[in-house]
Design a protein around this ligand. Structure first.
Ligand SMILES: Nc1ncnc2c1ncn2[C@@H]1O[C@H](COP(=O)(O)OP(=O)(O)OP(=O)(O)O)[C@@H](O)[C@H]1O
Ligand SMILES: [Mg+2]
Length: 491
């Protein structure tokens, strides 16, 4: 059943066409004048609009209905009805986005056929728009890495709430990605072209924070030599990110409550309210309930902020994401002087999995950065890890036995597959690079061997999970399988 708006000033037409549509099971909303239609059409969000082109006998005003309808979101499909011999106007209407036109008088059968075609077209279009929007959103959250179930739940929530104006409270330990998520929310909203302004509520004393947030007028306090816009005004049309909101001083909490309730601010030293259009995203790494209990946080503000809570998991709760995150950080760092380490040894991965990660993803990012800088070859080894990480494995940097890892990059076994050394590196000691002419093989075979070795190594690194490996390698799962079996044929 579809919702159909019918616009015609001839009552007999409205009745006849209306009856036909109702018989087909559709809901009909009739308008008998141009003005009524223009005013009322938006509130019904119709699937289909059928409008006469010659309303009020005053020219091609039906085109206005058409334009109005096409400007709705989502736009309904529009069919125009024309009188005999007005083909030119019908063509204008098609150009302006009408799906089809019917020439009066029309046969009932033609009418039914056109309606059915229009409605199925409308359904297809809205499905495509939906899928396209979904795709776009998926793509835009790619900077946040995470395959674990708890992260998937976070992504689902982000998709649902990003493009709304709801206040969001992001909860999570230090380094779990709260600011990253806040930025992603902004970038995936229609506010993306307006400012995203982060404010750390714990960093400023109460008096400065108030003027920082809401601005002040000249003479409001000593040193206020000119009017100043606050960050809420700067962020107009955009998003304000209140980081560590639990540390907000009590006076400001009541001011913020008013902003959330009234959507207006008052500058320090001034009583006139100023309207602001700002979306508030807040974050905290300590549960606000604790702060409420000890009287440090207003309960009413908590409810205003906690409209939609998004809980980010600690890294230790999603250790299956470690290989993905490690690969992400290695990929995104600018290659250093010593070359770019491409992977970590299995031993390192084992140590990373055992660590408790109190500093979560930030701690991991720093550990990988440090290790990559210290690392001498292509592979990060245990001795490159910071002492704090090694300690949880009962290791020290001095005691780490490198030889214990030597077997782990098992692709160096040349009988299986060649080493995963990068091309262009010195060939000495690398079984993939020929020592003599006898070792030379066709480039095609060499490339395929390198490729399969590389793919197998990545599959290995992610514990055999081919889906994750495909993501890391930037190919579809199907391509990965195809490439693996192609290589089997070659070997
Ligand atoms: N899921 C993730 N994928 C990729 N990078 C991440 C992820 N989570 C966090 N990071 C990175 O880790 C670092 C810390 O993230 P962020 O600053 O967003 O954390 P936070 O929760 O705001 O930390 P804090 O509570 O200490 O302010 C950043 O460099 C960020 O890019
Ligand atoms: Mg932060």
């Amino acid at each position: 059943m579809a919702k159909v708006v019918l616009v015609d000033d001839e009552l007999t037409m409205v009745q006849m066409v209306g009856d036909l549509l109702r018989k087909e099971g559709h809901e009909v909303i009739p308008f008998s004048s141009l003005d009524a239609a223009l005013e009322g059409i938006a509130e019904h969000s119709p699937d289909l609009v059928i409008t006469d082109l010659y309303l009020d006998k005053s020219g091609a005003k039906g085109l206005d209905v058409l334009k109005k309808a096409r400007s709705l979101s989502p736009p309904p499909v529009v069919i125009v009805v024309t009188g005999f011999g007005t083909l030119d106007t019908a063509i204008d209407a098609m150009r302006a986005g009408a799906f089809d036109y019917l020439e009066k008088p029309f046969k009932v059968e033609d009418f039914r056929f056109t309606i059915r075609r229009a409605l199925s077209f409308g359904e297809a279009v809205s499905e495509t728009t939906f899928l396209r929007r979904q795709l776009k959103k998926k793509y835009q959250f790619t900077r946040i890495i995470g395959n674990a179930e708890k992260m998937q739940a976070v992504f689902k929530m982000l998709e649902r709430v990003a493009d709304t104006d709801s206040t969001i409270l992001i909860l999570g330990e230090s380094g779990t990605g709260k600011e990253l998520v806040a930025k992603a929310l902004h970038q995936n909203s229609r506010r993306q072209n307006a400012p995203f302004i982060p404010i750390n509520c714990s960093a400023l004393p109460e008096n400065l924070l108030e003027s920082e947030l809401f601005g002040h007028c000249r003479g409001a306090f000593t040193g206020a030599i000119a009017d100043k816009k606050g960050l809420f005004q700067e962020a107009d049309g955009g998003t304000i990110f209140l980081d560590e909101v639990g540390c907000m001083p009590p006076l400001l909490q009541s001011r913020l409550l008013r902003v959330l309730q009234e959507r207006e601010i008052r500058r320090v030293g001034e009583n006139t309210p100023i309207q602001v259009n700002v979306r508030v995203v807040a974050a905290t790494n300590e549960p606000l309930e604790n702060r409420i209990k000890d009287g440090g946080f207003r309960e009413d503000l908590y409810y205003r902020l906690n409209v939609i809570p998004i809980q980010l998991p600690g890294l230790r709760e999603r250790s299956e994401d470690l290989p993905l995150l490690v690969a992400h950080f290695l990929r995104s760092r600018p290659s250093g002087r010593t070359g770019r380490p491409r992977r970590v040894s299995s031993r390192v991965m084992e140590i990373l999995r055992a660590h408790h990660w109190p500093g979560n993803v930030r701690e991991l990012e720093n550990a990988i950065e440090r290790a990559a800088t210290l690392c001498e070859g292509d592979v990060i080894r245990a001795k490159d890890l910071p002492a704090s990480v090694l300690k949880s494995f009962g290791e020290t940097a001095e005691a780490v036995d490198d030889s214990a890892e030597a077997d782990l990059p098992k692709l160096q076994d040349s009988s299986q597959a060649p080493a995963s050394a990068p091309m262009g590196e010195s060939g000495r000691g690398n079984p993939a690079i020929p020592e003599t002419v006898d070792d030379v093989k066709p480039l095609r075979i060499f490339s395929r061997e390198q490729e399969v070795a590389y793919m197998n190594r990545v599959i290995d690194l992610v514990g055999g999970d081919k889906e994750q490996a495909a993501i890391l390698l930037g190919v579809s799962l199907a391509t990965l399988y195809r490439k693996l079996t192609e290589d089997e044929k070659v070997q």
